[in-house]
Ligand binder design. Structure first.
Ligand SMILES: [Zn+2]
Length: 135
């Protein structure tokens, strides 16, 4: 199972690690997989894509407080079930990630993001800096 993301940086990567850890707890109990079953792996990839494209970028609020509803209904239901189950069970195996997440949840939701803040936009901008001829 992938535990870290190859494309996300900073806060977004930490967010991804939190989601991955939660999904692992959930999948083990609900699907009996000690890594991640196919369905959960797909959901994790979906989550990674959404984090990459989140217009807030690294100033992203926690997903349950975010005013932007970027998940499709089905994925949203799945992720909600994961969070509800795994959230309270995160403290013992992952104290740092869960305390960080709890603190983050109490933060104000930042104002509407400006364009180009997403991890994806910044990643693309960075790679075009390095290779100006590569379009
Ligand atoms: Zn699973």
């Amino acid at each position: 199972m992938k535990k870290s993301s190859e494309i996300l940086v900073g806060e977004l990567e930490t967010e991804f690690k939190t989601v991955a850890a939660m999904m692992k707890i959930y999948c083990k109990q609900h699907h009996g997989s000690s890594t991640l079953c196919q369905q959960c792996r797909e959901l994790l990839v979906y989550a990674e894509t959404k984090l990459d494209r989140c217009p807030y970028g690294e100033s992203k609020p926690t997903c349950n407080k975010c005013p932007i509803h970027c998940y499709k209904p089905e994925e949203k239901q799945q992720m909600k079930a994961v969070m509800r189950y795994a959230g309270p069970r995160m403290l013992l195996p992952h104290p740092i990630l869960s305390i960080r997440h709890l603190l983050h949840e109490r933060r104000e939701v930042p104002p509407k993001p400006i364009a180009g803040l997403s991890n994806r936009a910044r990643r693309k901008a960075k790679s075009s800096d390095k290779q100006p001829s590569d379009k």
